[in-house]
Design a protein around this ligand. Structure first.
Ligand SMILES: Nc1ncnc2c1ncn2[C@@H]1O[C@H](COP(=O)(O)OP(=O)(O)OP(=O)(O)O)[C@@H](O)[C@H]1O
Length: 237
């Protein structure tokens, strides 16, 4: 199977109501790693992820995969900051993406049960998904995104509003997912989390990539005064 990655953005620009939200952005995402997108509120983290995933169309430039767009779409998954579940059981939610892709009920259920085990959801399989706690819902959202074995997962603030224990659990699942070969691109406002998970960092300011590079270098010695100020917890505008 030909890989959908690398993903290449060339002058990619996103506009809404005459305002440039993102770009122009030039960027290549290779086949492995965890890219963490950081930046002040409103800098465009969510918009960049949505543009890469194709949820928002570029006004200028290009977001290009190594395979046709329709194939690339099938190889990606996206987890929203506030995940929404079907008003059905956890099991039905997990089976849904596979059933959409034509898997038989038996196949879908077997894979749903296997991933539920990995994501500590087995005890909740019969429970209505909307009744899950925040941490459980986020685990369900991740499991549902990964059940189709995407090549790349976009996750927007996957631990927003979760407590320490739930955050630790999600981080372990994300790290395991990346270690198993899924490309990860995530936005976070939690610098501890960025340091723990990132192999490389994109620091956004006003919708532009202000600084990008390997996480170790970025955190040890940011190249721009804005990134340094941001890491120090100063207000960066
Ligand atoms: N549909 C839209 N129409 C107009 N402006 C928008 C739209 N979506 C987002 N914006 C604006 O684009 C900018 C970037 O928003 P975005 O949510 O991508 O930033 P963010 O870095 O994810 O922010 P936060 O850290 O607060 O979640 C903001 O100024 C926001 O108000």
């Amino acid at each position: 199977m030909v890989a959908a990655l690398p993903l290449t953005l060339t002058g990619a620009t996103l506009r809404r109501q005459g305002k440039t939200l993102i770009g122009p952005v030039d960027l290549t995402l290779g086949r492995i790693g965890v890219t963490v997108v950081i930046g002040p509120n409103g800098s465009g983290k969510t918009s960049l992820l949505r543009m890469m995933h194709g949820l928002q169309r570029t006004a200028d430039g290009h977001v290009g995969w190594s395979v046709a767009d329709a194939i690339a779409r099938e190889r990606q998954a996206y987890v929203f900051q506030r995940p929404i579940a079907l008003r059905r059981s956890v099991l039905a939610n997990l089976m849904f993406p596979l059933r959409l892709r034509g898997a038989s009920r038996a196949q879908a259920e077997a894979r749903a049960r296997a991933i539920a085990d990995r994501f500590d959801l087995t005890a909740m399989l019969a429970q209505p998904a909307p009744s899950l706690s925040g941490g459980e819902m986020q685990r369900l959202a991740l499991a549902r995104a990964l059940i189709t074995e995407p090549e790349i997962l976009f996750a927007d603030e996957p631990c927003a509003a979760l407590d320490g224990r739930a955050t630790r659990q999600i981080e372990a699942l994300l790290a395991g997912t990346a270690a198993a070969g899924t490309r990860l691109v995530m936005a976070t406002h939690d610098m501890g989390q960025a340091r723990r998970l990132a192999s490389d960092v994109i620091f956004l300011l006003h919708g532009r990539i202000h600084e990008t590079g390997p996480a170790k270098t970025f955190f040890a010695a940011p190249a721009t005064p804005e990134a340094e100020a941001f890491l120090n917890g100063d207000i960066v505008e």
